[in-house]
Design a protein around this ligand. Sequence first.
Ligand code: URA
Length: 212
Amino acid sequence: MAKFQVVNHPLIQHKLTIIRQEDTSTKEFREVTNEIAMLMAYEITRDLPLEDVVIQTPLVESTQKQLAGKKLAIIPILRAGLGMVDGMLDLIPAARVGHIGMYRDHETLEAIEYFAKFPQDIQDRKIFVVDPMLATGASAIAALNQLVNKYEVSPESITFVCLVAAPEGVKAIQEAHPEVDIYTAALDEKLNEDGYILPGLGDAGDRIFGTK
Ligand code: URA
């Protein structure tokens, strides 16, 4: 089974409390969401492989470490995932960014891809799929299905990163894509009857973009 980790660093917990509050402004919500995403990026990159490199300091020649292995890509699930991209790029600025948007057809209940654009070497990259809220897991699983089945990305190369997860969503991803690592800043209690996470923070997309 892949990794499941709650990144409960004190700074992350403090910042999550800010964005959970209903009177936090759009501006502050956006800023703090990016700050949390930046702190998450620190943790999700902890296991990146390193290689030895011989360098010349002003004093001596020395063997030091540099990043090795796959290049990185961040893939936000539209639209709320966009709110995490800048924060993550602050820490991993060389990462490429792809986008995927899915909607559910009301009649067939089928997940339809309405937008997808990825770096051309996406199959060779280590991929961070990001979406602030992991609720039922439906949109995350739909996006992961597309990446794995249509774009032939290896599930072992994917890490799903969210800020708030419901146990139901974590279980759903683990069942559908057991090879995908999951990192969240918080594991909340449950979903309500409308599919919102409790206690949660409301609709992340609306709060990031100020659309409600
Ligand atoms: N999506 C959100 O933005 N919020 C929730 O609570 C659940 C899904």
